[in-house]
Design a protein around this ligand. Structure first.
Ligand code: 5GP
Length: 194
């Protein structure tokens, strides 16, 4: 088991409805040393990519992306904002994202000032489930003319369809822990060998 898998076994809680709760170290209280380890690992896995910007989505991606950026030459971190309003001016890229945890559709927005054709983007997020959040972020990068150089995820739920879909699109997707099964009754979590 790697450092993140070990932490999930120690402090993660399996909830009904295929939800893994990691709020004591990732989603609410944040373990910055753990984020730093994650940054080191992503830097290794994406060492050949010319990344000059990190893109994430509020709220849980922001802390992770900020620490990860320290391992990518302190590159700027842009986070997509979630807005339930479609009343936006023309200076924004927008995409629709269906939220797995909140079961509603958000419009995510990024100002045109902060993403453009010169950008080589690493997308970072906390979880990958069905891939809706990632699809929205990829769509925003494409609209801006920037390039997706890679995607780094903390926890992928491998029994949901997002990972397969994103890899089939040809992106380098690196998930630090891939959960292949989890059981809310026993609390057991099974990881994919990587
Ligand atoms: P997707 O868009 O891939 O279906 O879901 C990804 C988003 O939903 C992530 O940004 C994350 O915030 C949230 N999410 C999905 N599954 C889980 C889960 O099991 N636990 C937690 N804490 N968040 C999740």
């Amino acid at each position: 088991m790697n450092f993140l898998e070990e932490r999930i076994v120690k402090d993660g809680v399996v909830k009904e409805g295929n939800v893994l709760k990691v709020d004591s170290f990732l989603n609410h209280q944040m373990d910055i040393n753990l984020f730093d380890e994650m940054g080191k690992e992503f830097a290794k896995r994406f060492k050949d990519k010319p990344i000059n910007k990190i893109l994430t989505i509020e709220a849980s991606g922001i802390g992770i992306a900020s620490v990860v950026a320290l391992h990518f030459n302190n590159c700027p971190v842009v986070f997509a904002k979630k807005s339930q309003s479609i009343n936006l001016d023309g200076e924004m890229y927008t995409a629709e994202v269906e939220s797995f945890t909140h079961k509603r559709v958000n419009h995510v927005i990024v100002s045109k000032k902060f993403l453009g054709p010169e950008d080589k983007v690493l997308i970072i997020d906390d979880f990958l489930a069905n891939g809706c959040a990632l699809q929205g972020l990829i769509q925003i990068v494409q609209s801006s003319g920037a390039t997706v150089e890679g995607i780094g995820i903390a926890v992928e739920k491998g029994f949901q369809s997002g990972g397969r879909m994103i890899r089939n699109l040809g992106y380098q997707l690196e998930s630090l822990a891939i959960v292949d099964a989890m059981d809310a009754k026993t609390g057991q979590v099974t990881f994919r060998e990587q």
